[in-house]
Design a protein around this ligand. Structure first.
Ligand SMILES: *Cc1c(COP(=O)(O)O)cnc(C)c1O
Length: 469
């Protein structure tokens, strides 16, 4: 399987290149040249374990870069760190099921993809001519800790994670800064999340620096992350079809960067009979609006109770455009250029109707979010504010029993839970002890040169130490 850019440039990339590069050379996102059709296999897959199913789904995408044995090993390794053998269990509630995606080491769904990605990095670096990988990322919370846990202690990989100083939750900060492995560098930036992101962008746009330091990315545009997320749609969908074979399949997805929702769309394209995907946003509703009326116009992000979805530009939406525009890269490029020049674009009617065949969308307020947390608590079910956004949307859509993706453990967003219910969520023991642990974090101003110098210093320091051994 080869990969191509969503923007029409006709270069072919291998799976390994797609994993290590992140973006295509023309600035587009990478998508597979074709998609397998699994519809005839579904009957045989019902009783597979999560890991076995992951293998069946992923193998066609990694052929030529990983052997079957290698892929199996990477999958086993990635999901051995989850705290339940089902990996992504389902819990029933009045409106359907809660699909719990937070059983990984940092208690948010990002672990499912980032554990896999971290092990892929490790594998490819062990074999390729590239000696090392220096990951740089900006985080407003969950991505940072999931990425750090995915690569901590790995040889030939360092991670430099930027977060806005004092602007992420105390638990989220501690989850990152108490990781003391020598290849982990946390940097608190004296600015906001946008400042962190523009610093990261500036590093990637500095071609000599990027090449010399073997810069790598872990953000949700990485194809391997999407691929790993397709698996749980099949896993949960097959369970639903087994227990309720004549009931249509609906998923509700709390959405920020559109990675998770896009993975659901791919699952459908590959033969999982999903009737409709419900896209749920908070007040930052760029994606909900474009699905409703075809106008994509980012504004300034506002802070909500579901901060991992406080996003202005939904990068992965470009991948959906590629498919609904019949894989016409030039048409995607045209829209992306408009976005750059005018700050918005508008979809034509045909394209919008195409999207609405598979998606409906809802924008959910903070009040509705709190109300929903409270209501499910009365049924004995605890959910976090991101999950609540998806549950509200599912109820509003009135389609029938819906699989609602639960993207974070409620204990990660304790404050919101307490203000909704008056009581604390079930605590997580390993989060409770973080406060008493040693932590390490550098502080830096919003300045690219300072950041570059710091990174070069740390890279040289550890490389020369390695040379001495
Ligand atoms: C990242 C995140 C989301 C949004 O996922 P996207 O793939 O960016 O749409 C939702 N909930 C939580 C808890 C997250 O960490």
């Amino acid at each position: 399987m080869k990969y191509i850019s969503t923007r029409g440039h006709n270069h072919l990339y291998s799976f390994e290149e797609a994993v290590l590069r992140g973006l295509a050379m023309d600035g587009g996102l990478l998508v597979p040249q074709s998609l397998p059709d699994f519809s005839n296999q579904l009957d045989y897959w019902t009783d597979l374990s999560y890991q076995q199913l992951a293998f069946e789904i992923m193998f066609p995408f990694v052929e030529n870069c990983l052997s079957g044995v290698e892929l199996k090993h990477i999958i086993e390794q990635s999901y051995a760190v989850f705290d339940t053998p089902e990996i992504t269990p389902l819990t029933a509630f009045d409106g359907g099921y809660i699909l719990e995606l937070y059983h990984g080491p940092t208690f948010a769904f990002k672990d499912i993809a980032l554990q896999f990605l971290g092990n892929l990095f490790d594998h490819f670096l062990g074999k390729s001519t590239q000696p090392e990988l220096n990951i740089v990322g900006a985080t407003s919370g969950d991505t940072g800790s999931a990425a750090i846990y995915a690569v901590k202690g790995k040889e030939n990989v360092r991670i430099f994670m930027l977060h806005p100083k004092g602007k992420i939750s105390p638990v989220q900060a501690l989850q990152m800064t108490t990781v003391l492995e020598p290849n982990v560098y946390n940097i608190a930036i004296e600015g906001d999340f946008d400042d962190c992101q523009s610093l990261v962008k500036a590093l990637f746009n500095d071609e000599p620096f990027r090449k010399n330091t073997y810069l790598g990315a872990v953000n949700s545009i990485n194809w391997a992350r999407i691929l790993a997320q397709v698996v749980y749609y099949f896993y949960a969908g097959l369970q639903h079809l087994k227990s309720l074979p004549d009931k249509p399949l609906f998923f509700s997805v709390p959405t920020g960067n559109f990675g998770d929702a896009f993975a659901g769309y791919l699952a459908k394209k590959m033969g999982l009979p999903i009737q409709q995907l419900i896209v749920a946003t908070n007040e930052n509703a760029i994606v909900a609006r474009v699905i409703q009326d075809g106008r994509y116009s980012p504004t300034k992000a506002v802070a909500t109770l579901s901060p991992a979805m406080d996003i202005q530009v939904s990068s992965n939406f470009e991948r959906l455009l590629f498919y609904v525009l019949n894989q016409d890269g030039e048409a995607v490029l045209f829209l992306m250029n408009q976005l750059q020049r005018k700050g918005c674009f508008e979809l034509n009617r045909n394209c919008l109707e195409n999207i609405q065949k598979d998606f409906c969308a809802y924008q959910i307020s903070n009040e509705e979010t709190l109300e929903q947390i409270q209501q499910l608590k009365q049924q004995g079910i605890e959910i976090d504010p991101h999950t609540a956004v998806g549950v509200v949307a599912a109820i509003k859509a009135k389609l029938g029993k819906t699989l609602c993706l639960a993207t974070a453990h409620p204990a990660k967003f304790k404050e919101a839970f307490v203000s909704a219910t008056g009581v604390a969520p079930e605590p997580i023991a390993v989060l409770e002890v973080l406060k008493s642990k040693e932590s390490r974090c550098a502080t830096a101003p919003v300045d690219v040169e300072t950041l570059k110098q710091y990174m070069e210093l740390k890279i040289n320091e550890t490389n020369s130490r390695k040379g001495l051994l």
